[in-house]
Design a protein around this ligand. Structure first.
Ligand code: GCW
Length: 617
């Protein structure tokens, strides 16, 4: 078993003492954390608690003499302790007044399989499973609970939304083991969720999984009774249905509202929520078919169902209409379902964003999404986990920032990326102010750098289909996934205006107007919405083709500069070694992207770089 994590506590540098196993509830953990932290700091300051059950997750921090009074509910007081600690470590002002999480449901979705692999995992094997059974270190799970609670995350789904054998049995003979994990996380205010397979009744002697068949509904009701009998605070079920070959209600001619509501009714008596993913599209598209446009799919399917979902259903929508690309416009579904409870889904796992090798700090991406969407559009927030068994938890030591920042954004979607990154840096390292600023700047810029050497202007999908790392402009072009750039010698992109696929019409007028005109459409989304000739003149006077070249050249220079900056930073030895090793790979990756993409477009366009930089033949 890999134990190096014990000395690598992600951002919790001030909490060196493992959480003892005998602590039973958030208040006991809060007390322990406050004492060990303040002792460790040798401040001589004390913390006292006032608990008000009605405050639940909320808390308030006051100073009193030399110490602090934290009032709150459970786990509010625990969140209060961590907020105090984060603020002291970051040298920030204490939050004033009662602090309440903006989203009541703040979840992390693990895509862990019971064979120990992690779908799109870049931080080692599963922390839960190996060889088709549970295999975990309870002390590590407690540490995970502590990490999640320290940034206020309250729900954790432990198994992949693609439910592979034997994860079907998490709901029956493996249930006692799920209960043990629930017990490990409960003192941290973290509740479990389970991904389920829609066809489960069919695998258990019922003749169908048709949601309108009473035998199916009864089967689920009975199962729910047993599951909640074992784990009364289970948060709910997560379902990927009719998506990428997963079973679902469509097979029975039923709608997704019928499918979701049937499950929701089975778990409602126990307070369970049914999280239903909206990642549904035709993954068997013929590339010759130019009428089907994948980004349209979710809105076309779900918008007509607005208002048809039960109260305890949450529709979980990826932030963009495609699939966690480096840059996408906000999903129009998030703007068009006023009568449905929605969750926005982010992906901490860096599937399309550098595999936790390349740096990609996500707060700027989330800021964009919240700015386009408005935080009040959704009532819950979810993110795919970037965790694994690696000693530093996230593969790249800096990838832990994304988990940390996600928790903060779930409480405060108005957060400033810079402030959150600063808080992470200060809670993780002891750097001089100058070094700190360098690291913060490097992280803040990292998404823009990655975007420059990879995806031109919102085009997306020029990535290698196997694994999603490295360039392959033709990799997806003739595939069934509905992801085409349709580059030819004159132009590139898909016309998604009303002259084209009409996708833009799924947006409210304000956004539609902005996006449908290539002269007002933000540059970074230009090729998401438009098919444009290479000599199209951009807002700054450059041609489209020149802008593509410039971005790719500049992206590599920026990656090289990041490598230099990183070399000069006095990080702890292990982090430094890991970060530098990965940075070397990132620079190689950036060069590969630059050369492949530039050559691809020059071969088509026949246009040279105006600055005479090297583009290969
Ligand atoms: O794009 C895809 C990923 C799959 C993932 C799917 C999803 C869990 O490549 O690995 O499956 O998204 O979100 O369901």
């Amino acid at each position: 078993m890999n134990k190096t994590w014990e000395s690598r506590l992600a951002w919790l540098k001030a909490l060196k003492t493992p959480v003892p196993a005998e602590l039973n509830n958030p208040l006991e953990v809060a007390d322990f954390e406050a004492k060990t932290y303040l002792n460790f700091e040798k401040t001589g300051r004390s913390v006292c608690f006032k608990t008000y059950p009605a405050m639940k997750e909320s808390y308030a921090i006051e100073t009193a003499g030399d110490g602090y009074i934290i009032s709150g509910g459970q786990p509010g007081v625990l969140y209060g302790v961590y907020a105090l600690m984060r603020a002291l470590e970051a040298g920030e002002k204490l939050p004033s007044g009662v602090q309440k999480p903006y989203y009541p449901l703040r979840m992390i979705d693990c895509w862990d399989n019971m064979d120990g692999s992690v779908e799109r995992g870049y931080a080692g094997r599963s922390i839960w499973f190996e060889e088709n059974r549970f295999d975990y270190d309870p002390a590590r799970i407690r540490q995970l609970g502590r990490m999640l609670a320290s940034v206020g995350i309250n729900v954790l789904c432990i198994n992949n939304v693609n439910v592979h054998q034997p994860a079907q049995h998490l709901l029956d003979n493996l249930l006692p083991q799920v209960e043990q994990i629930a017990a490990l996380l409960r003192p941290f205010g973290v509740r479990l969720m389970l991904s389920i397979d829609f066809s489960l009744p069919l695998q258990n002697g019922v003749e169908t999984a048709d949601p309108e068949d009473p035998a199916v509904a009864d089967w689920w009701k009975k199962r729910a009774r047993e599951v909640w009998g074992a784990i009364p605070d289970l948060a709910g079920f997560l379902v990927k249905a009719d998506s990428e070959h997963r079973p679902g209600p469509n097979a029975y001619g039923r709608t997704h509202a019928q499918g979701a509501n049937m499950l929701a009714r089975a778990i409602a008596p126990f307070g369970g929520v049914l999280v239903w993913r909206a990642f549904v599209y035709n993954c068997m598209q013929d590339w010759r078919d130019t009428n089907t446009d994948r980004p349209r799919a979710a809105y076309d399917l779900y918008q007509p169902l607005d208002g048809a979902f039960d109260e305890n259903v949450i529709l979980q929508v990826k932030y963009g209409p495609y699939d966690f690309q480096v840059r996408e416009p906000v999903s129009p579904l998030l703007l068009g379902m006023e009568k449905t409870r929605l969750a926005v889904e982010f992906q901490l796992a860096q599937e399309y964003t550098g595999h936790q090798i390349d740096l990609f700090a996500m707060p700027p991406l989330w800021r964009d999404i919240f700015d386009q969407m408005g935080k009040e559009r959704v009532r819950a927030i979810a993110a795919v986990s970037n965790l694994g068994r690696d000693g530093n938890w996230t593969g790249h030591p800096f990838a832990a920032l994304n988990l940390f920042a996600y928790g903060i954004f779930a409480w405060k979607p108005d957060a400033s990326p810079q402030q959150v990154i600063r808080a992470w840096v200060r809670n993780t390292y002891n750097l001089s102010e100058q070094d700190e600023e360098q690291l913060i700047d490097l992280l803040l810029a990292s998404r823009g750098v990655y975007e420059k050497y990879t995806a031109p202007l919102g085009l997306c999908w020029m990535v290698r289909p196997e694994g999603h790392y490295g360039p392959s402009p033709y990799g997806y072009e003739f595939q069934a996934w509905g992801t085409y750039n349709r580059a030819d010698r004159n132009a590139v992109g898909v016309d998604r205006t009303e002259r084209g696929t009409g996708y833009v019409a799924q947006y409210p007028p304000k956004w539609k107007k902005l996006y449908e005109n290539p002269h007002t459409c933000p540059d970074e989304l230009l090729l998401f919405f438009h098919r444009l000739p290479y000599d199209f003149v951009m807002k700054d006077g450059r041609t489209l083709i020149q802008r593509i070249y410039d971005d790719h050249f500049e992206g590599v220079v920026a990656a090289e500069t990041m490598a230099e900056t990183l070399k000069a930073l006095p990080l702890p030895e292990e982090d430094r070694r890991e970060a530098l090793e990965r940075m070397d790979l990132q620079v190689q990756n950036a060069r590969e992207w630059r050369d492949v993409i530039n050559t691809f477009f020059r071969r088509f366009s026949g246009v040279d770089d105006v600055h005479g930089r090297k583009i290969y033949d």
